[in-house]
Design a protein around this ligand. Structure first.
Ligand SMILES: NC(=O)c1ccc[n+]([C@@H]2O[C@H](COP(=O)([O-])OP(=O)(O)OC[C@H]3O[C@@H](n4cnc5c(N)ncnc54)[C@H](OP(=O)(O)O)[C@@H]3O)[C@@H](O)[C@H]2O)c1
Length: 306
């Protein structure tokens, strides 16, 4: 029997990492790199990663010898990053610096998960060529992380994205929050002036592995094919799941004065990926239909039990 190659994820307890494990568990020997929260999915290796120095991380990776490292660790709350800029800098810039030095030295393929939060937000469907201009601490530290990763490990694949999926008991995704609220007949306010093109995590993961198979390196936008507002995203979910869409109110970002400054348009062009792979990545509606089908799958139940 051919032994599976090993794949390790930083941020192993997070939304993306847990979905990665359950999407690809047949193809790789998995290691989830944990920070504080301990989880133990069945048939998965877990370990606490030591990022205190490059040599300590290298020692751990030398034992595992992964062929791929997916770097997902982070603080995803824009508000928390703004309030704790040193912490955001530490996790996004310093930690990415250590990770990318280690992968370069050990010849491990690095996949760095970036964001769609890197621009001012006054233009739609931006390409990978567009100069980055982040407007808050989260975006600025994610932008610095991209620079440091491409400098330290030029072979890294850097993925700009925005995703959703069925989440764990302790980490609900945006789609979980919408579905849970509507199922409890709660009113929801969603921005109708904030645009993006979110992708279902399962499709993001599949696309990343296809890009790796094509030896893609550098920055790629892995998002769905069409741009919608957060309000429209909520309405599509309500329609697909047979929930009451009249519970969703339109609200606006521009009327919120107490929120951290954030881009109103985060949509990215995925043309570079479509050209390389020779296929579309799917519309938001198609992905939500897939999310709905996933609810009855065994892997979704396993994720929700974590
Ligand atoms: N969620 C989205 O829609 C979205 C959109 C665009 C980009 N992204 C990017 O995608 C990546 C993954 O997002 P996610 O939603 O899966 O994140 P998540 O669910 O919030 O998980 C974050 C992970 O990072 C770990 N972590 C937090 N602080 C850490 C530290 N100081 N050192 C090491 N690990 C630490 C957490 O572990 P503990 O809980 O144990 O600390 C957790 O495993 C992030 O880099 C994010 O910027 C996410």
């Amino acid at each position: 029997m051919i032994e599976k190659s090993s794949l390790i994820l930083t941020g192993g307890s997070g939304l993306l990492a847990t979905n990665w494990f359950y999407s690809k568990l047949n193809d790789y020997k998995f290691y989830l790199g944990l920070n504080e929260r301990q989880i133990q999915p069945q048939d998965c290796n877990v370990l606490f990663l030591d990022y205190s120095s490059e040599s300590s991380l290298i020692k751990q990776l030398e034992i595992i010898r992964p062929s791929i490292l997916i770097h997902t660790a982070g603080i995803t709350s824009v508000e928390k990053c703004e309030k704790n800029p040193e912490l955001a800098y530490q996790i996004y810039v310093e930690l990415s610096n250590i990770v990318a030095n280690a992968t370069k030295k050990l010849g491990i393929q690095l996949v760095h998960i970036s964001t769609d939060h890197l621009f001012e937000g006054n233009a739609a469907l931006l390409s990978e060529e567009e100069p980055v201009k982040a407007i808050n601490v989260y975006g600025k530290t994610k932008a610095l992380a991209e620079q440091i990763v491409s400098f330290n490990d030029p072979g890294a694949l850097i993925i700009r994205t925005n995703f959703y999926a069925w989440g764990t008991s302790y980490r609900k995704s945006f789609s979980d929050q919408i579905i849970d609220s509507l199922r409890q007949n709660q009113v929801l306010n969603l921005f109708d002036d904030v645009y993006y093109n979110p992708i279902l995590a399962e499709n993001l993961i599949k696309t990343v592995h296809e890009l790796l198979n094509k030896n893609a390196r550098g920055i790629y936008h892995v998002v769905s094919d069409d741009r919608i507002s957060k309000y429209e995203f909520g309405v599509l979910i309500a329609e697909e799941f047979g929930l009451n869409k009249s519970l969703i109110n339109k609200s606006t970002l521009k009327s919120q004065s107490n929120l951290v400054n954030r881009p109103a348009d985060m949509s990215l062009s995925n043309k570079k990926v479509r050209d390389l792979l020779g296929r579309n990545l799917g519309t938001v509606k198609q992905h939500i239909e897939q999310l709905c089908r996933q609810e009855s799958e065994e892997k979704t139940k396993q994720i929700q039990l974590l």
